[in-house]
Design a protein around this ligand. Structure first.
Ligand code: UD1
Length: 422
């Protein structure tokens, strides 16, 4: 297994291109299952999670071709051969559950293994299933699979989510496009990835209103057609690389970045003493004079502070002046990076869903282990600021979500290398 070696201390200067959003692409790809005509996605990120979704769609008989080095995905579900999403593929990635809604909507049946994914809490799929049931699906959970049927097709319904779920909103939204009648999704997720999905589905002929608000209304149509759609910028990759010059000092321009994608995060950066400026090409980020200031953070559904940037923000706050409190409201077990950061000299106390971070003057390099996707990149950020060498092992998590991380950081002057494992 590969590791990443980081030698801290270098200020970062330069520019970093931000890729298309992994989480948007993982929901746009299954949208191909809704139509027998081709769907082309441009600005796709080149990541192992995207390859896993490719394998899953191909196992159903869809064609998925990566063009231009994988930045363009040409998808077609013209000749689907199966509605069975197998455990061997699904277990690798939770987003696999997103094939359920589209398969059921177009074929009236699907068998999808219950998913695995990052080890950050229980992460059930009950909201996905309840929404599809409300639309007339008959579900049977047997042998680790969801066996779903909708013999007469799905029917429009009012679905009120008890709390916000990105994935459940996406599954229900896709299913609703081909359901008979009107579906109203209440307490829907408002993430930019949902807006991106709705825009793509609309380009395919779906009738959708209200995406980006709490209520999405879908008027079902009998079929969808082909479309070409550009994947929205990855706001989590954007936020992660915004933290690089914040943590090391220097100035970096994030190409393709926009404040609207990371508003709540920018407000916290400002409070911490980091300057963010929108430019014609993206966002320019620089550390203002002096030490980073402590700030409190509560993770929330969009437009709140994203849980997917909590670990990286914690890395920054480890060297802040004063004490910061980070409250994790989305996932119950998402502080696995804290003990690893403590190996580097950070002072963190975790009680349930709250972490209290008392800043230290400087972190010290140490061997650490990546426990999940966002945790691994937080350790790299900490390593950039630490004295000496940090060796981050188990970086396969990182490759699920960050394209060429070491190249992008090295181009700005970071001392970072991938060390090939056996
Ligand atoms: C998506 C993102 C993930 C991000 C998360 C929250 C993708 C591929 N992944 O994950 O990176 O961290 O949104 O912004 O887009 N829950 C249930 N029952 C359900 C569904 C969810 O209890 O049926 C719970 C989850 O355990 C979690 C919370 O709801 O505590 C929010 O999860 P959700 O928004 O569904 O996250 P994902 O869509 O899995």
């Amino acid at each position: 297994m590969d590791s990443i070696a980081v030698t801290g201390g270098a200020e970062l200067r330069g520019e970093i291109p931000i890729a298309g959003a992994k989480n948007a692409c993982l929901t746009l790809m299954p949208a191909t299952l809704l139509s027998d005509q081709p769907l082309t996605l441009t600005n796709a990120p080149r990541l192992s999670d995207i390859r896993t979704m490719t394998t899953l769609l191909q196992s159903l008989g869809a064609e998925v071709q990566g063009l231009q080095g994988g930045q363009v995905l040409a998808l077609s579900s013209h000749d689907l051969t199966s509605q069975h999403a197998d455990y061997e593929i699904v277990r690798k990635m939770r987003a696999s559950i997103l094939v359920l809604g589209p398969l059921l909507a177009r074929y009236g049946q699907a068998e999808v293994s219950l998913p695995g994914g990052c080890a950050i809490g229980a992460r059930p799929v009950d909201l996905h299933l309840n929404a599809l049931e409300a639309m007339g699906a008959e579900l049977d959970l047997r042998d680790g699979y969801v066996h779903a049927k909708a013999p007469g097709g799905l029917k429009g319904a009012v679905v009120e989510f008890p709390f916000v779920s990105v994935g459940a909103t996406e599954n229900a939204l896709m299913a609703a496009t081909l359901a008979k009648g009107t579906t109203v999704l209440k307490n829907a997720a408002r993430e930019p990835e949902i807006v991106d999905l709705a825009q793509c589905l609309r380009a395919m002929g779906a009738q959708i209103e209200g995406e980006g608000t709490e209520t999405i209304t879908v008027q079902g149509v009998t079929q969808l057609h082909g479309a070409t759609h550009a994947v929205v910028t990855d706001r989590i990759e954007l936020g992660t690389y915004m933290l690089a010059p914040a943590i090391t000092g220097g100035e970096v321009e994030l190409l393709g970045g926009r404040i609207a994608l990371v508003q709540a995060f920018c407000e916290k950066l400002d409070a911490a003493g980091i300057a963010v400026e929108e430019t014609a090409r993206g966002l320019k980020v620089a550390r203002k004079n002096g030490r980073i200031r402590a700030v409190d953070v509560v993770t929330e559904p969009f437009p709140g502070f994203p849980t997917d940037l909590q670990a990286q923000m914690m890395a920054l706050l480890c060297t802040a002046e004063g004490t910061s409190v980070l409250e994790e409201k989305i996932f119950e077990n998402r502080f696995m990076h804290a003990p690893e950061l403590m190996r580097m000299g950070a002072q963190i106390e975790v009680h349930g869903g709250t972490a209290t971070v008392t800043g230290v003057e400087r972190l010290k390099g140490a061997p650490v282990m990546a426990t999940d996707l966002r945790a691994s990149v937080s350790l790299i950020l900490a390593g950039l600021a630490a004295e000496g060498e940090t060796l981050v092992s188990r970086v396969y998590h990182l490759d699920r979500g960050y394209e060429r991380v070491e190249e992008k950081l090295r181009a700005c002057g970071a001392k970072i290398e991938r060390v090939a494992g056996e």
